[in-house]
Design a protein around this ligand. Structure first.
Ligand code: BDR
Ligand code: CA
Length: 320
């Protein structure tokens, strides 16, 4: 069992990802940390607590995190993707749980120092909490087991803009800091999540499993399915955040490459774009041209056995 912290902005697909992690015996979940992103951090925290309550996992702590990007204001989220409540406008009443008093960045530092080389951080939203933790306690670079994050687009177009993926676009300064730190880090970006589609039929199969959490997520997914039907013209959804856990469960399902990455931090056309050091600038670590010079290599998922990923999700999400 791997000790895990889930950093999240729930988010409809975050919810299914959390459900998948909770259903997987590979993980010992130390806590959830919340961040602005799909919705504001207040709602993100309410949603995280509510999901744990529905799952009857009330012992798992939730630490509230950043309310805005490092260098700008919160833009208002993406209600057209996830609903005004981040949960497909299901407007679940807030549960009876509260967040712990420790803020997210301090919780991350505390747990990594307490369990050296044992904690995996699964990041499903903007990387702001991780960037703040890193600036406060750079030692965590050496002491974290690994970071696996959903975000970025190395060799394909974006979704927030044609250039950039939503989590990177939401706080590119944080992303550039986190991708420049010397910790083992893996990017699960649109390169693979756009190749992994869970069909409406597969979701219907999952919805047959009767549990308070699954019944809630089934309702929320109706909103998410409508979005993908309208915008992406698919009868299903891309599997974004849950792919972090299918990767952690079975890495053989993914093909990876490694490159130093820079993130475009300027407020310009390609804001939030994750740039691997490609072409003539693709030298060994430390030798790449500026501004990639001395940046560590990031593991980037570039291909996926999507049939097996969907089968794995179906199996895990339909068990009692
Ligand atoms: C990412 O953006 C959010 O809308 C999703 O929750 C996911 O983390 C996909 O680009
Ligand atoms: Ca998310």
């Amino acid at each position: 069992m791997s000790k895990l912290i889930i950093d999240t902005d729930p988010g409809i697909d975050d919810s299914m990802a959390i459900q998948l992690a909770l259903a997987s015996k590979e993980f010992e979940i130390l806590g959830l940390t919340t961040v602005f992103g799909n919705i504001n951090v207040e709602l993100a925290t309410i949603n995280a607590l509510r999901l744990l309550q529905l799952a009857n996992k009330v012992e798992i702590p939730v630490a509230k995190g950043a309310s805005k990007p490092l260098k700008s204001e919160f833009s208002g989220g993406v209600p057209f993707v996830h609903g005004d409540d981040g949960q497909g406008n299901t407007w679940q009443p807030p549960g009876c749980l509260s967040p712990i008093s420790t803020p997210a960045d301090e919780f991350l530092i505390e747990q990594v120092l307490k369990f050296p080389k044992q904690v995996t951080i699964a990041a499903l939203g903007p990387l702001t909490n991780l960037a703040i933790a890193l600036s406060k306690e750079p030692e965590i670079q050496k002491l974290v087991k690994e970071i696996v994050f959903m975000g970025g687009n190395a060799f394909c177009s974006g979704n927030a803009t044609p250039a950039a993926e939503a989590n990177m676009f939401s706080d590119p300064d944080a992303a550039d800091l986190v991708l420049g730190a010397k910790w083992p880090i893996t990017m699960i970006g649109l390169d693979v999540t756009h190749k992994t589609i869970i069909s409406k039929e597969a979701l219907e199969k999952i919805s047959e499993f009767d549990s308070p959490l699954n019944n809630h997520i089934t309702k929320a997914y109706q909103f998410y399915l409508d979005f993908f039907r309208r915008v992406n013209k698919i009868d299903g959804t891309y599997v974004h955040d849950a792919s972090v856990f299918t990767y952690l469960i079975d890495r053989t399902l993914y093909k990876t490459v490694t490159y130093p990455i820079r993130v475009e931090t300027q407020d310009c056309l390609s804001k939030g774009k994750t740039w691997p050091s490609l072409g003539d600038a693709d030298h060994e670590e430390g030798e790449a041209l500026q501004p990639w010079k001395n940046r560590p290599k990031v593991t980037i998922c570039v291909d996926v056995n999507s049939e097996k990923v969907i089968a794995l999700m179906q199996k895990r999400l339909t068990k009692g």
